[in-house]
Ligand binder design. Structure first.
Ligand code: 5GP
Length: 120
């Protein structure tokens, strides 16, 4: 099935960054269901407003990046969670990396983000 905006929000939107204690990624990957059926290897959470993220799909907030992708005109604060290795089955253990980066996403025909590709 086609990726949806709702799924994108579940996987990639967390603003303001949730206060979940020390192990942000361990908690958030489980909370958002990204630990099932196996630990998702890499996932980025964007700490920006929905309006600002949606704007990346438009000329005011983003530009073409090839292959149907868009890159933001401004950096977002993001946290990238990387699976530490070991078992790929829950409980999943992640490293956290918070930084300011340009996000690369795909948008649907309604101008809503549906896929997170990378950040740089
Ligand atoms: P590394 O930092 O290990 O070289 O690369 C990690 C890769 O994961 C990057 O290429 C980046 O594009 C990708 N990545 C980061 N966050 C996400 C995400 O949320 N979803 C997907 N599919 N890829 C991601």
């Amino acid at each position: 099935c086609a990726p949806s905006y709702e799924t994108f929000l579940t996987q990639h939107y967390d603003n303001p960054k949730s206060s979940v204690g020390k192990q942000y990624c361990d908690v958030m990957m489980k909370r958002r269901g990204l630990d099932k059926p196996a630990c998702k290897e890499v996932n980025t959470f964007i700490h920006g407003t929905k309006n600002n993220i949606i704007a990346v799909c438009t000329a005011s907030g983003g530009k073409d990046y090839g292959k149907g992708l868009r890159i933001s005109l401004r950096p977002f604060t993001v946290t990238t969670c990387k699976h530490k290795g070991g078992s790929t089955r829950p409980p999943c253990k992640y490293s956290d990396n918070k930084s300011s980066r340009y996000i690369v996403i795909a948008c649907n025909q309604d101008g809503k983000p549906v896929h997170f590709d990378e950040s740089l």
